[in-house]
Write a protein that binds this ligand. Structure first.
Ligand code: GLA
Length: 692
């Protein structure tokens, strides 16, 4: 192998760069695993087409505007208009280990240092990329755009699958053909957002859910972001992701540096499910559980849709007792418990218990819950303040705002300036007091609006720092209260990303609990994150957000694979529904250890059928979901791509009724398929397949 060729080999993918004299390393390859001993040719001098630079500039790991690079630059920066064109002038590669490289680069003219760290995790096969930019000059450097380096994609990458949505309709999948125009997604909402998830999949021609080459990338960042996919004249594409910066947001003083949020990226020859499995492994490795490992995910009951702001202590106590009887293990008191919080117009920021609703504080309810053998959880929205609150009256300057411009409220609230140390201390002390005085095992941490005029006390954009300040606060709180688990929520799924999951343990995916709507959202969520952190509830009928009514078995069947919860007033249920609920909770407890932590496959069949399979060690749970009525006279068999073609499987139907089936050979299941029984519209059938 030529000493100028640098490789990283993973389980199923390889990355190759070529060192260049006085420049950043040239991208040569990212894709299916190459043999260790494959001899990789040097690129050699590319022929110069007419009207081109005499020396061709290829896609490098860190392409910069300043040196004949006409495409998106990984960096846009200047010093008062000087040094606007950067270019790497030297690169030294340090191999930290078989799977980790540090690219130390400099621009000796603009006086900048770059450190690009690239690690390919041997277990998950996921690449982690961060870039640190340091200003080596005396004058400040204004940074306008900084990507986590550039990823190279093949010229024939065909489609991009990305995710969009809104409050109540998160993780909608959209797929677009890649053309010659640049494909860009930018999020300027200050939090991860419902609309522009900071990640995507890129599919090679003919790639599908289970087969074919697929690339995936996601940014571990809970703030503004961008991603761009661009066709390059040299016959490939580049993919850049990074934190989106507001004008003037980042200025590096002499010696100052900035490190990009971590980028996770992977390639799989096993289709979209292959990418998802890699991401699941990477996220699982990053989750920071109290005491180190995940405990079985407790069934919870959340009070929101059942009670909203109407808290009656006696009623909630009786609810808790009934919940415990059904098998609920965690009782989460949602919004409405703190001073004066009668609706969503007031009180955010005043984190003391409402004396009218709870004359003796929250301790009697919390203790009642723990005495019933359940954990007690509490909803908070720490980064927020209502103008109608004691906190705002005392500290109007604590809200993010731009002097001279009106406060733009959303849900009647403003965002606190988390970069202000006094604000951090205030929130920490308020939460710390609650956690010290009450037996709280769990916080649901909400953020119910996007950012707008987010300037700090100096009038500078605070978006980026705001996210760092949130992470710092979460870390501080977790150090002080390491046993507490945290759920991330932002009007449902507005803040679900690989960054927040380093500090939290559950995602509230959406305020829409309707299972029909949830099927699509869960599918999108599972592209990036594993099922054990996917908050999925059984709610009331008709559904509060869609008005649709579905049978308890369907509501439960769809919620079961995630982290299960209930979100309705169970005291109003008839005995038949209670019996079913108890049954499903028992099922969840029986299967959660299998599903959570397992390999996940998802797919669509024909005629309104979709499916998921959760497997480990030759044992699979197969969920077949019929969303609508059957229109075909006979259902075609469902091919199961996850089975081992060399083995035979014992098959048991578990839901809706337990029935033994004749065993089937893996080759048959994979090639011809699994016979689907007649199912009603809005029904989930669950099977166990076990290698014999
Ligand atoms: C957000 C959350 C809900 C609930 C309400 C409370 O909308 O997504 O689950 O907690 O806030 O105000």
């Amino acid at each position: 192998m030529d000493k100028n060729i640098i490789t990283l080999h993973g389980q199923a993918q390889s990355l190759v760069w070529e060192l260049q004299e006085g420049a950043a390393p040239l991208w040569r390859y990212w894709g299916k695993r190459l043999p260790d001993d494959a001899d990789i040719p040097l690129r050699g001098e590319a022929p110069a087409p007419s009207f081109s630079l005499d020396k061709n500039i290829g896609l490098s790991l860190f392409p910069c505007f300043g040196h004949g690079w006409y495409n998106q630059s990984a960096l846009l920066a200047h010093r008062g208009g000087q040094d606007f064109a950067q270019s790497i002038t030297s690169c030294h590669v340090e191999r930290e280990s078989e799977s980790a490289l540090c690219f130390h680069m400099e621009d000796a003219v603009a006086k900048l240092k770059f450190l690009v760290r690239v690690r390919l995790c041997p277990q998950s096969d996921v690449l982690s990329v961060t870039t640190t930019l340091t200003n080596l000059a005396e004058t400040p450097l204004v940074v306008e755009r900084l990507a986590n380096a550039a990823l190279m994609l093949p010229h024939d990458a065909a489609h991009v699958r990305s995710f969009t949505g809104k409050h109540g309709a998160e993780f909608n999948t959209q797929e677009e053909a890649l053309g010659r125009s640049i494909w860009v997604r930018e999020n300027r909402r200050g939090i991860t957002s419902h609309a522009d998830f900071p990640g995507a999949y890129v599919l090679m021609p003919n790639a599908g859910e289970h087969d074919g080459g697929v690339y995936g990338a996601q940014l571990a960042w809970s703030g503004n972001s961008f991603q761009a996919l661009e066709w390059l004249d040299e016959g490939c594409r580049q993919w850049q992701l990074g934190a989106w910066l507001a004008p003037g947001e980042v200025s590096l003083d002499a010696g100052g540096s900035i490190t990009t949020p971590e980028l996770l990226a992977t390639y799989s020859p096993h289709g979209c499910n292959g990418v998802a499995r890699n991401f699941h492994a990477a996220i699982r490795a990053r989750l920071n559980w109290p005491s180190g490992t995940m405990r079985p995910r407790p069934v919870l009951l959340n009070t929101w849709e059942g009670f909203y702001f109407k808290h009656e202590e006696a009623k909630l106590k009786s609810l808790a007792a009934q919940a415990a009887k059904l098998g609920v293990e965690r009782f989460v008191l949602d919004d409405g418990w703190f001073k004066g919080r009668v609706d969503d117009t007031r009180a955010l920021g005043d984190w003391v218990v409402d004396a009218e609703k709870y004359p003796h504080g929250l301790a009697p309810l919390a203790q009642h819950v723990t005495q019933l053998g359940m954990e007690f959880g509490l909803w908070v929205e720490p980064e927020m303040v209502n103008p109608e609150s004691d906190l705002f009256r005392a500290h109007p300057d604590w809200a993010l705002q731009i002097a001279g411009r009106p406060h733009l409220t959303a849900r009647n609230q403003l965002v606190l300036d988390m970069t202000n140390a006094a604000v951090q201390d205030y929130i920490f002390n308020a939460l710390d007091a609650l956690l010290r005085t009450l037996p709280i095992a769990y916080l649901k941490w909400d953020h119910n609006r996007n950012l707008t005029s987010a300037a700090d006390a100096q009038g500078r954009p605070a978006y980026y720092k705001q996210v760092q300040a949130l992470y710092a606060l979460l870390a501080r709180l977790r150090t002080a209260h390491p046993h507490v688990e945290i759920e991330t929520c932002a009007g449902g799924g507005g803040r679900n990303d690989a960054g927040i999951f380093q500090h939290t343990h559950r995602a509230w995916v959406s305020d829409t609990i309707d299972p029909r709507a949830r099927i699509e959202m869960h599918k999108g969520f599972l592209h990036f994150f594993p099922p054990e952190i996917m908050g999925a509830h059984i709610g009331s009928v008709p559904s509060h957000s869609t008005g649709r009514t579905q049978h308890i078995d369907f509501r439960a069947g769809v919620a079961l694979a995630g982290h299960l919860g209930l979100e309705y007033d169970i005291s109003t249920l008839d005995s038949q529904e209670k019996t079913r609920l108890k049954h499903w909770i028992a099922r969840y407890k029986q299967w959660r250890d299998h599903i959570h932590g397992s390999e996940v496959w998802q797919g669509a069949h024909t005629d309104a059928i979709s499916w998921q399979a959760y497997g480990r060690e030759g044992a699979w749970l197969l969920f077949i979901v019929r969303q609508d009525m059957q229109r075909l006279r006979h259902m075609p068999d469902l091919r199961l791509p996850f089975v081992d073609e060399a083995r035979t499987y014992a098959i048991t139907q578990l839901e809706p009724e337990e029935t033994e089936h004749a065993p089937l050979h893996g080759a048959w299941l994979k090639q011809q398929g699994f016979p689907i029984a007649q199912m009603q519209a809005e029904q989930v059938s669950i099977y166990r397949l076990q290698v014999i």
